[in-house]
Ligand binder design. Structure first.
Ligand SMILES: Nc1ncnc2c1ncn2[C@@H]1O[C@H](COP(=O)(O)OP(=O)(O)O)[C@@H](O)[C@H]1O
Ligand SMILES: [Mg+2]
Length: 358
């Protein structure tokens, strides 16, 4: 079989631009280059698309090494890259592998763009991506499917403008304190805060409104955080279950990406066999409920006091460095990092071929 050209698409117009660079560099280093040729497509923070040329470095002893991944990782790729029109990728790649997170990247928008260009791509399609990114919509779908989620209230910008005190009363009455305030459509804990009184709640709502016009306020769950990875189209399978041991009070942006090494992940999670199977079954069910394809990471809360399980969220393009939870959960299940990447490409082709044979 001729080698397919995989376009590694990274960067993007989201707060998780830097995380994407780390994920993409890791994927580039690990992907099996005897099976795939690579083309690097970068998107800067303004949304401009670039073709990144392959870069080489002469090492002592005359050895020449491709160092594109290093330049992507440290952000200097932009200096050497040539602007392209987004649609140009149709002629540059056989397959697009978006390794990027957050709005415009993980929420169905770029997926829709690949669909329009008729390019096969890795990961969830438009519907699953958009549904998973919107915390209010995702939880509505989970409830419809009998998947347990914690109690919440929806608040819109117009609710706040027309009756702020009424909104605060409603939340106090139904959820109480502390509660968690999050923009409906963000990621990486951006704009997320925990509120312990009325003043803090008002401030948290105001902050969250800077990021989205719809907000979700949730009851506070004093919880352990457990996650599993799913891969598959029609027959999704769950990987091992891992636990996040956050360094900060909650798993915020700082704890996730900045204070590196401070938050620990524990694989496999120290839970009973019964709980593990429950989580893996629920994760597959939730993935199917949003019409997941390719892969996703499914995140749970387990209440420390009652041991009740809640589905927190599905991330359709989870962190993807070699040391990120998703690939490590598959390593634990016997699938290497390189094999995970290859499987995601296979699943993207499978979906594309089925669609095109109809
Ligand atoms: N209802 C909640 N109760 C307790 N902690 C929460 C709650 N919601 C979120 N958190 C904490 O905040 C973190 C980020 O929230 P999450 O909903 O996962 O948003 P993001 O999409 O930014 O990852 C979680 O990993 C968890 O530590
Ligand atoms: Mg999360």
């Amino acid at each position: 079989m001729e080698k397919k050209i995989i376009g590694i698409v990274f960067g993007g117009r989201s707060g998780e631009y830097e995380v994407s660079l780390l994920s993409a560099a890791s994927v580039i280093r690990a992907i099996d280059k005897t099976k795939f040729d690579l083309v690097y497509i970068g998107i800067d923070k303004e949304g401009q698309w670039y073709l990144v040329p392959k870069a080489y470095k002469q090492e002592e002893g005359g050895k020449v090494r491709e160092i594109t991944a290093d330049l992507i990782e440290d952000g200097s790729w932009l200096k050497a890259a040539a602007k392209i029109i987004p649609g140009d990728i149709k002629g540059l790649v056989d397959f697009a592998l978006p390794v990027m997170h957050g709005p415009y990247c993980e929420d169905g928008k770029i997926q829709g763009f690949f669909e329009m260009l008729d390019i096969p791509y890795g990961g969830c399609g438009v519907l699953a991506s958009a549904a998973a990114m919107d915390k209010l919509t995702a939880k509505d779908i989970f409830r419809q499917h009998g998947i347990p989620v914690c109690a919440d209230e929806a608040v819109t910008r117009s609710d706040m403008a027309s009756d702020k005190e009424g909104v605060l009363d409603r939340i106090e009455k139904s959820l109480g304190y502390p509660c968690f305030v999050k923009p409906a459509n963000m990621g990486s804990s951006v704009g997320v805060s925990k509120a312990s009184d009325r003043k803090a709640l008002e401030d948290a709502l105001t902050l969250a409104l800077e990021f989205d016009r719809r907000i979700i306020v949730e009851e506070f769950v004093n919880c352990r955080e457990l996650e599993t990875g799913i891969m598959g189209n029609d027959y999704p399978e769950a990987a091992a279950v891992g636990e996040i041991l956050p360094s900060a009070e909650f798993y915020d942006y700082e704890a996730k990406y900045l204070s590196s090494g401070a938050s620990k992940i524990c694989i496999p999670a120290d839970i009973s066999e019964e709980t593990r199977e429950q989580l893996r079954t629920l994760a597959v069910k939730a993935y199917q409920a949003i019409d997941g394809e390719g892969f996703a990471r499914v995140d749970f809360f387990i209440d420390k006091d009652t041991e009740k399980i809640y589905l927190n969220e599905i991330n359709t393009i989870p962190g993807f460095t070699k040391f990120s939870m998703f690939p490590m959960l598959w390593e634990e299940a016997g699938v290497s990092y390189a094999q995970t990447i290859e499987r995601i490409i296979e699943l993207g082709y499978e979906r594309y071929n089925i669609k095109n044979s109809r």
